[in-house]
Design a binder for this molecule. Structure first.
Ligand SMILES: Cc1cc2nc3c(=O)[nH]c(=O)nc-3n(C[C@H](O)[C@H](O)[C@H](O)COP(=O)(O)OP(=O)(O)OC[C@H]3O[C@@H](n4cnc5c(N)ncnc54)[C@H](O)[C@@H]3O)c2cc1C
Length: 345
């Protein structure tokens, strides 16, 4: 089998790239080991409004759980900081499969329950996770869209090495919320806690820097107690999830015929952990560079759009996060809602 491009990973990054390539007439194969794209959901599911402006057809009625207006930050020193943050809390399973459906409707082929094993003499080796049968596929380009623990990144040189560990419960809200809630706490080191509303429920989670040696589940349990006792959510766990968030910024996204998009390329924000919109954007940019016959250009275009903001955040993470004993000093320097974050240092 020979394709113009094989896309490893049917998340928002890979699916967007496949859709952009397929609609320009490229022969594309999408591969994912999941049974269905987007399931299980491992995400707090917020995306900014701008994503809908840029990609309106990615949004169908059921892909949005609710609209939100602002991000409200609760600091340990009692200050509450509100930042406008219009956008949506998604149903990620529906959102992700919508983009895959669009790609398939444009002619992309898809192989689910298929694991990308590696490369062999220029071939891509794929394995059916049920039968263990392998197939070799040839492709002019390989899109590594295989998420934070990208095998594609590892097999082509430099993998992501720095992560936030996350854990999340879905819990019933006691009263509906119109905003995203963010909590900075000493027991959530190197990260933060969040309550992101989805109608009468909320994603309640924490992300911690594993370097502090804190067990992420213990941190989540303490956060659950705090948001339960403060009357935000009822003391009931509807479902659980979690996962890894890349925290070091972009990692050489253009590697010859292999282009890394989304989390695989480190395009997740190293402090906020937001990566859905960046995955979609880099998926588009990678496709564009292939269509224009200049794949090297992807390294530059992705860095032009995202490099400055992501490397600034990565730099701040390295510089300040070790000072977690002094939250009043580091939070304003490391979080986007504070003026100090935007000052050069
Ligand atoms: C708990 C949590 C909360 C988050 N909250 C937010 C949020 O609110 N807003 C936001 O913008 N971002 C959030 N993020 C980050 C966001 O989820 C990612 O940035 C986004 O999913 C990246 O998309 P992607 O397409 O690059 O990768 P993914 O969505 O991770 O997709 C990668 C795909 O590759 C497949 N895959 C991996 N390896 C292989 C292989 N070897 N063979 C075949 N298939 C493979 C996987 O099955 C998966 O489907 C959160 C992350 C976590 C963990």
């Amino acid at each position: 089998m020979k394709f113009d491009a094989v896309v490893i990973g049917a998340g928002p990054g890979g699916a967007t790239c496949a859709w952009e390539l397929a609609r320009k007439g490229a022969k594309v194969l999408i591969v994912d080991f999941k049974r269905r794209p987007g399931i299980p959901v491992q995400c707090a599911e917020f995306v900014p409004l701008q994503l809908k402006h840029r990609y309106p057809h990615f949004f169908i009625q059921d892909s949005v759980a609710q609209e939100v207006e602002s991000m409200v930050h609760f600091t340990p020193w009692g200050e509450v900081v509100t930042m406008p943050s219009p956008g949506f809390v998604l149903n990620r399973d529906i959102f992700d499969s919508r983009i895959v459906d669009l790609a398939v409707s444009q002619g992309a082929e898809i192989m689910l329950r298929t694991f990308f094993r590696g490369f062999d003499n220029g071939n891509v080796i794929l394995e059916n996770v049920l039968t263990r049968e392998t197939v070799k596929v040839r492709a002019d380009f390989i899109i590594g869209a295989d998420g934070p623990r990208s095998r594609t990144a590892r097999l082509t040189g430099y993998p992501i090495r720095s992560f936030l560990a996350t854990a999340q419960f879905m819990m019933p809200l006691l009263a509906k919320l119109k905003d995203l809630l963010i909590f900075f706490r000493d027991y959530i080191p190197g990260g933060y806690g969040w309550v992101f509303p989805k109608g009468d429920k909320a994603n309640v989670g924490v992300g911690v820097d594993p370097e502090f040696g804190v067990n992420v589940m213990n941190s989540l349990k303490r956060f659950k107690e705090e948001v339960t006792s403060s009357g935000i959510v009822a003391n009931q766990i509807i479902s659980r999830t979690g996962g890894w968030i890349p925290a070091e910024g972009p990692v050489e996204p253009s590697r010859g015929k292999v282009l890394l998009v989304g989390d695989a390329g480190g395009f997740c924000h190293p402090i906020t952990g937001g990566g859905i919109a960046n995955a979609v954007l880099t998926g588009s940019l990678a496709a564009q560079s292939i269509i224009e016959g200049d794949p090297e250009e992807y390294g530059e275009s992705s860095m032009d759009f995202l490099g400055e903001s992501l490397t600034r955040a990565a730099r701040k993470r390295i510089k300040y996060m070790k000072r977690w004993d002094d939250l009043e000093f580091i939070i304003p320097k490391t979080w986007i809602a504070f003026e100090e974050y935007w000052k050069e240092d």
